[in-house]
Design a protein around this ligand. Sequence first.
Ligand code: FES
Length: 564
Amino acid sequence: MTEPTGLARGLTNYGDRDFATYLRRSFARSTGISPELLGKPVVGIAATPSGFNNCHRMVPDLVEAVSRGVLAAGALPLPFPTVSLGEVFLSPTSMMFRNLMAMDTEEMIRAQPMDAVVLIGGCDKTVPAQLMGAISADLPAVQLVTGPMSTGRHRGVRLGACTDCRSYWARYRAGSVSAEEIASVEGSLSVTAGTCAVMGTASTMACITETLGMALPGSAAIPAVHSARLVAAEASGRAAVGLIGTKIRPSDVITERSIENALRVLTALGGSTNAVIHLAAIAGRRGIRIGMDRLNAISDETPVLVDLKPVGEGYMEDFFAAGGVGAVLRELKPLLHLDTIDVLGRRLGERLAEPIDWVDRAVIRPFDAPVSRVGGLIALRGSLAPDGAIFKRAAATPALFEHEGRAVVFEGLEDLSRRIDDPALDVAPEDVLVLKGAGPIGAAMPEAGYLPIPKKLAQAGVKDMVRISDARMSGTAFGSIVLHVAPEAAVGGPLAAVRNGDRIRLSVAAKRIDLLVDDAEIARRLAAHQPPTPPARGYRALYARSVQQAPLGCDFDFLAAAPP
Ligand code: FES
């Protein structure tokens, strides 16, 4: 018997298959869609517009354009809603809900009768969540991103969320920007629909998705409000219909080799540290583990090629005009696995064999004249982070790469906000700021790793210090910041043992982060550690019970796949 297609898929079982078919058809007729069209293959469209997600403001237009492409290719488009995650509107953190969105996406793809799906996402957690869900559902799928914001202007200076938000705020804290000016800047940072305007997490994940092969070639960097984005949406709808024929599934596209390509592009972009977590979670859905040593090897042999904020100067609109992901991939070609396939069924090698029109070398550098000879991100290990930590060397101060200092410890986020600007805080520029209790279990891993420079030091002109935490950092942030320390403090990792005045040593050359306290003393301190009380009910209880540490992508243990 041939597998049912379209609305005949996945019928509810009442013990009478013909009745179930009849019932579904009769209810489908109430949509006003013709019986002829209702009989076609179905492409679901995971739509994520939300009043709480400014980055997805153009999603309704994208749904319309995808639908156009699906219809033109002879199938029936059926949009459906899922959870939508607007980064700055969620509490305690958006990270807590990424897995909820992934579960929603997976289960709605599974539960509803569709032959393929187009996933529309953009803001930081949405694309990882959709990819995680799509891999686990493993139905033919195309990812479409909402695209980046265009820049605004303030007193003749180009501004984009959210690297410029941070640099103006740091200057305001230091007293060099007035209250009136910061209020005026506020209205010039996020001026169009779309995701953050720099190479933050959303744009990094968009570029990674194109590299993986899950989004159409050339689609990652198109600005949200550019007409080409609607054309890409229409083409994504057509591609999804094509996948129904070829039966190429996410598990054919997302492989160990395409993930390695994505890691290479991540380092060449000087991309977001968050992408390491999301890629680990995506890989985990295929049972693939990203090794710290492999990440470091890739980072050491892959130069940073893209001169965009927060690492460099440009914005995503410049990256698009400069040639986008395709231009970066061509520079990296000798290092890439060229036999990976994309949602068009093409090998990466075939794509890269096509000539490229023009590349703006001010934005996307050639391999032999890079922004930096080594990649943007590295993993650290050491007595402070036995299971690893992440350091974005591309956005750090080289003078702090080899640094030893005295720990100034904050026991949690409340403690940090209460004391960081206290004039009596015992802190000097060469100290190391340490934040505990901000890991996946401790606080659902907020983007709090960009600890502010204590006000009295900022006003004295200190721009950067070594800062360490089990938190994440916004992809738009910068500084000499050690993140994702694992195991986190809340589960009794060595970070929980750090006390004021301990010595800590960072070595980027040795890729180590060490607490210079002897092992017996660390063990003695940890013996008294008290884990936080887990929530008693609902999704938060499930989260606390099931979330894994950062090296496993903070996915739930019951959602990750066993190694193949
Ligand atoms: Fe949505 Fe930055 S807030 S991408």
